[in-house]
Design a protein around this ligand. Structure first.
Ligand code: NAG
Ligand code: NAG
Ligand code: NAG
Ligand code: NAG
Ligand code: NAG
Length: 548
């Protein structure tokens, strides 16, 4: 095999070695009859957005970065899953109440006293999941839009804070589909439960040591973003924590409680995300569906974080509700294809590599000259295209007219690998839309890589001026591609954080001013902040003199 490849390559190199051959080839690469369609030209395409949401489901980080959800899915929680409820009194919840997947989240809802209820699921719970930061209660920014469409058929900003009515209405809607509840996300994941006797058993009811509360302060920010440090808190005054006789030393401070729910949410930042909830990928409704033309119009000229559903037309709202009806009543399991895994494979294969290629092209440390930069970039492109680099994909005639079509089989092979064999007849309409999104994303990635390869193929014989031109062009291509994809694997602290720090982006309720729509105004640059409450802040939490 190696010998064969070698034989094919040698004559081409020989042709390229001549001055006229090289010049013709460069012209050929430069004018480009058939470059991949540029991502930036595809103003209304939504493959990138659907791909992004499918690959981000149940992950805390991307849904904190873009808080307005655009996806509703069917989901289940398997039997044997432990769920929590915390409160300051012992009125055990029976209906229409909230459970957390992590006790760190339940503990937030304890003031003064803390009763922690632990439940186990006894059968799979049937749920609907709203992506985004869909439990960020007081922002009328769009976080509740998908829920509003389900309940009222339109966005109701007057209902943004009305959680009681919301859970009643959601459960009422879900009754026809035998839904047990609804999954949402804020600092961590939660489940709104319609009936605590259905599919669940109480396994413990514990009165636990509470944290020290500082009235009215919990929701104020506790991270000084400009300083990467925690903000000092005023000493607690009321209510006095109910610590048992014989307790000694500091109890949990409110700041530590706030910090730990953030931490717990962050356990689910990256794939596989919140694993106790299972998505049914054959039942995913995306509001990025290009058929929803009123939303295509509404998104025009807006940034991704501002996308929302308040301008949905009546017809499109009805269309989505009909789709939901189908999603929650349809029999059968779809194709069984694990779309979450397919999107993950694509992100795994290209995420770090595109980032590395971009770094080589930008050369921020200025440690390579153009010859080296182009050679390194070429080698990265070759690495990415290796499984598709057919021995027949060689420019056939470099002296002839400009024609880039020799790269087409490589691009086609690269773009179709993951989806060409999906059994079309078994796919649900929602799976077809995910398949189309994967197809679009792959054809963009492979198209851009193919384009670069046409330039790069003989770049080792190019002069410095040509190399500089290549670098400028490739940089733009890769940057546009990465901007269009906007994968959250690229959203991280640079450089990485130290052992006593976490990488943080504003997470409601912190980092936002309460009750205001600040979407698009909050600085979402990831930054490292202290992960340990400083010793000096532990002191005020000592029980005693401050109680009223
Ligand atoms: C954050 O820290 C900086 C630097 O110490 C300080 O100037 C600023 O006032 C702090 N911000 C708040 C809100 O405390
Ligand atoms: C995008 O959609 C809008 C609204 O439907 C339409 O006016 C515009 O021509 C479309 N643009 C492209 C590039 O397709
Ligand atoms: C770049 O550096 C290499 C050595 O690493 C050298 O051979 C080459 O001539 C340099 N190219 C330019 C354009 O300076
Ligand atoms: C390559 O193209 C040139 C110019 O069109 C033509 O004269 C030549 O015959 C072609 N060679 C091959 C092998 O097709
Ligand atoms: C380019 O080459 C392909 C395959 O050799 C050929 O089918 C196609 O007609 C050519 N296109 C142009 C514009 O010459």
């Amino acid at each position: 095999m190696r010998g064969w490849t070698y034989l094919l390559v040698i004559p081409v190199v020989a042709v390229l070695g001549t001055a006229s051959g090289q010049q013709a080839f460069l012209q050929h690469a430069a004018s480009g009859l058939k470059p991949a369609q540029r991502a930036s030209d595809k103003a209304n395409s939504t493959g990138n957005l659907i791909f992004w949401s499918v690959s981000s489901l149940l992950q805390h980080w991307p849904n904190t970065r873009y808080i307005n959800g655009h996806t509703i899915t069917a989901a289940t929680v398997p039997p044997g899953t432990i769920l929590y409820h915390g409160r300051s009194n012992n009125d055990r919840p029976m209906t229409l109440d909230w459970l957390a997947t992590d006790p760190e989240h339940s503990f937030v809802f304890c003031w003064g006293k803390c009763y922690l209820y632990t439940y186990v699921t006894t059968r799979p719970l049937r749920l609907a999941y709203f992506d985004g930061s869909s439990a960020s209660k007081v922002m009328s920014s769009g976080v509740m839009d998908t829920q509003d469409i389900v309940i009222w058929g339109k966005v109701r900003s007057d209902m943004a804070r009305n959680e009681r009515v919301r859970i009643q209405e959601l459960c009422k809607w879900g009754e026809q589909y035998k839904l047990d509840g609804f999954v949402r996300m804020e600092m961590d994941f939660e489940i709104m439960i319609c009936d605590f006797d259905a599919g669940m058993k109480l396994i413990s009811e514990s009165k636990v040591i509470p944290h020290i509360t500082t009235e009215g302060r919990f929701y104020s920010d506790f991270i000084n973003l400009s300083h990467r440090a925690l903000l000092p808190r005023p000493p607690p005054h009321r209510p006095a924590p109910e610590l048992p006789p014989g307790w000694r030393g500091s109890a949990r401070s409110e700041m530590s409680t706030a910090f730990e729910v953030l931490n717990a949410g962050m356990w689910h930042n990256r794939p596989p995300g919140e694993t106790r909830i299972k998505i049914d990928y054959s039942r995913i409704l995306s509001f990025f569906d290009p058929a929803l033309s009123s939303l295509v119009r509404a998104r025009a000229g807006k940034s991704k974080e501002e996308f929302r559903l308040d301008e949905i037309s009546e017809a499109d709202s009805k269309y989505t509700r009909d789709k939901l009806d189908d999603i929650f009543t349809r029999d059968g399991q779809g194709s069984g294809i694990d779309w979450g895994s397919i999107t993950q494979v694509v992100v795994d294969r290209y995420g770090k590599r595109l980032e590395l290629l971009q770094h080589i092209l930008q050369n921020p440390e200025s440690n390579r000259n153009v010859t080296e930069q182009v050679a390194e970039a070429r080698s990265q492109v070759l690495i990415m295209l290796t499984p598709y680099m057919l021995v027949s994909a060689i420019p056939p005639n470099l002296t002839g007219p400009v024609n880039r079509s020799w790269i087409d089989p490589v691009v086609k092979h690269c773009a179709s690998t993951h989806i060409a064999w999906t059994p079309e007849t078994l796919l649900t309409p929602q799976e077809k839309s995910i398949k189309a999104a994967v197809e679009e994303v792959l054809s963009q990635i492979c198209g851009v890589l193919g384009d670069i390869w046409v330039d790069a193929f003989d770049s080792e014989n190019s002069n410095v001026k040509e190399l500089e031109r290549f670098l400028t062009k490739w940089q733009l291509d890769i940057t546009q591609l990465m901007d269009w994809l906007d994968w959250s694997v690229w959203l991280k602290c640079k450089p990485a954080c130290g052992p006593e720090e976490i990488c943080y982006i504003p997470t409601w309720p912190w980092g936002y001013r309460f009750g205001r729509n600040e979407v698009g105004k909050v600085d979402m640059t990831p930054r490292c902040v202290e992960a340990v409450v400083p010793y000096s802040f532990l002191q005020p939490s000592r029980p005693g003199p401050h109680s009223s």
